[in-house]
Design a protein. Sequence first.
Length: 71
Amino acid sequence: MGLSKYKNISLTNNIDKANCITHSGKFHVDDVISTIFLSNIFEKVVLLRIPIIKNENVENKIVYDIGFRKI
């Protein structure tokens, strides 16, 4: 089993194209597992990684593991 199983995961820098959003910075095991889990539920995961969410429209998007504390 290789990474080819997860070809339905892609990255974007555009919030309008994303359907999943997580934090930027180090990609921890919980982020990886969450993204893989979502890729097994959804036909396509378009992932946006950003440090914080400010006034962005995240309706109809899955937002996970975004810290709201100061870093």
